[in-house]
Ligand binder design. Sequence first.
Ligand code: FAD
Length: 309
Amino acid sequence: MATLVYVEEPGDLTQQTLALARSLGGPLYAFTAGDTVAVSGVEMVHHADADAFRSYAPAALARALVELVEAHKPAAVVAAGTPRGNEVLARVAAIKDLPFAANCTAFESGRPGSVTRTRWGGSLLEEARVHAETLLLTVQPHSVQGEPASGEPAPVEHFSPSLRDEDLVVTVRERVGSSAGGVTLADAKVVVSCGRGAGSPEGFGIIEELAGLLGGAVGCSRAVTMAGWRPHTDQVGQTGTKIAPDVYIACGISGATQHMAGCKGAKTILAINTDPEAPILASADYAVIGDLHEVVPAISAELRKERTG
Ligand code: FAD
């Protein structure tokens, strides 16, 4: 039985999603909309054409997916476990009255299907059976190795889904640039993050400086976004961005499970904290016990010295 994969955009997460979708067996088909058209490693791409898809319109995407599900009756629909992938599939589940398993790290087809999925911000893995005619699944980002994008892009079949007025109520009208400058938080190889320990919005000056020197992006904890010190786009965690940089420098962050859910894919974690008992130290590869307002400028000064000397 075929699997339909919703491809938001080309990239690592798509390769990871295709790799896990392949474990279901059977041929893979892709659903795309808007600017994303070319996908390799699948039999065919179903591309939805409509003005609505120039911008992100989750209900319209769900409606188009439902149309494909009803026409082609795939055994499963799979998407990346991004905020958008999860939102669109949740809407498909609501329209079709089907169960939806989000953020899976493994799954098997069958009646019932079986899934392993992350729960409680990634602090436990749950094995579950899913009784459904069509499995609706998203793939936990960075939980599997992506398959390399190779071969010619698959042939594309265009279709125009029948959209209703209510499908266009929620849509992105405007975009504001992220404070990460040229490097996005999700893609940065180095992320310098700060929590309540920053003390104020101005406390992020030294964090931005270090991130700039390392060619990285700035992140933060939810305590910071809740205080209004940084925009939500900078938040790392269960309800923020999930990242997997080479290096994660966590300054003045206690390491709550909801925060760690967003950064546990980091290859190396350096924690800077005044508290030698802070929970983040259990996950950190390296730690500096000290005041971030002293330690961070000292690291930046060393980097500058290294580069000029
Ligand atoms: P705190 O827990 O207050 O820790 C501050 C740390 O800074 C402490 O360890 C302290 O020792 C240290 N410190 C203080 N001053 C200094 C200094 N001068 N130098 C060095 N260290 C210093 N949180 C997230 O981050 N991301 C999420 O996505 C997220 N989602 C959530 C979802 C739900 C449903 C819930 C309930 C919570 C969520 N949270 C999330 C909140 C989370 O539980 C924590 O409250 C939050 O992560 C704490 O932020 P913090 O570490 O900055 O602050």
